[in-house]
Write a protein that binds this ligand. Structure first.
Ligand code: NAP
Length: 246
């Protein structure tokens, strides 16, 4: 059996486990491939997990271990090293562990679909946590100037109450990289001035549950283009699959 899986502290219902079970079923791989959920109380437990999981090919990493896993890896892809976070690990042919960041592939794919070659001026990235690092990486790669919007002045470039008319008009790509609006808090939306949006604004919500968030809804009402994090989620999973099998 070729084994894959997800490590994290508390996993509950995982998108990845469902996604890969369905994929293996569809592609006739269920008898040879398995994707498991592995809750590790401490990141140090990853050593035993790797040693004792027979047939392990690779695994995904989620909260709170995306940064903590790095000292346990032998090498990193250039992107993972640059971002400082790993969400995919591959057991290399010589038994060493290599870390990758496939969230960036999801961000790239979604921005291609949402924005294409439109001129957005600049971007506002809401939230200064792990996910916003992957977003920043792709914006820099594309030469799109951005500001990090944070609840605290010291953690970002601007705070929510500083989002005035000119800032909103100049930065027409707005990316929610905060958990605001995520199930079960589906009636919450990031505290931006929605009345200053227009049909030339593009909203990308990294939140994927619910599929249509309040942030998207408020933007769409004014005619802004809006997408959820679902495509990003599928893309990062498929990128991991490619890495494990190449
Ligand atoms: N679609 C995908 O494939 C994908 C991949 C990765 C992550 N995500 C989603 O992206 C979101 C962020 O992930 P993350 O790991 O970066 O989460 P996180 O570290 O928990 O939070 C990110 C940032 O959001 C801001 N924030 C947190 N709670 C907030 C609140 N109540 N109100 C306003 N701002 C708040 C904080 O920034 P400040 O303190 O600076 O305000 C925090 O650093 C999650 O919903 C996650 O599910 C989706």
């Amino acid at each position: 059996m070729r084994r894959y899986g997800l490590i994290g502290k508390v996993l509950g219902h995982s998108f990845s486990a469902r996604y890969f079970a369905q994929k293996f079923e569809r592609e006739g791989l269920s008898s040879v491939c398995h994707y498991g959920l592995y809750e590790l109380p401490e990141i140090g437990d990853v050593v035993r997990f790797v040693q004792e999981t027979e047939g392990l090919v690779g695994f995904n990493v989620t909260i709170p271990y995306k940064q903590q896993i790095i000292p346990y890896l032998d090498s990193l892809s250039a992107e993972a090293a640059n971002i400082g976070a790993v969400n995919c690990v591959k057991i290399m042919p010589d038994g060493t562990l290599k870390g990758y960041n496939t969230d960036v592939d999801g961000v790239r794919f979604t921005l291609d679909r949402l924005v294409g070659s439109a001129d957005v001026g600049g971007a506002l990235v809401l939230g200064s946590g792990g996910a916003s690092q992957a977003v920043k990486y792709v914006l820099e790669e594309r030469g799109i100037p951005y500001m990090i919007v944070s609840r605290e002045q010291s953690k970002g470039d601007i705070t929510y109450d500083q989002l005035m008319r000119e800032v909103m008009a100049d930065n027409r790509l707005i990316i929610n990289a905060s958990p605001v609006g995520m199930y079960p808090h589906v009636d919450d939306a990031p505290a931006i001035p929605y009345n200053l949006l227009s049909s030339s604004h593009y909203l990308f919500d990294l939140v994927y549950n619910p599929e249509r968030t309040k942030f998207m809804e408020l933007g769409s009402e004014i005619g802004a283009h809006a997408v959820s994090g679902l495509d990003m989620l599928y893309t990062q999973a498929e990128s991991a699959w490619k890495i494990w099998n190449e």
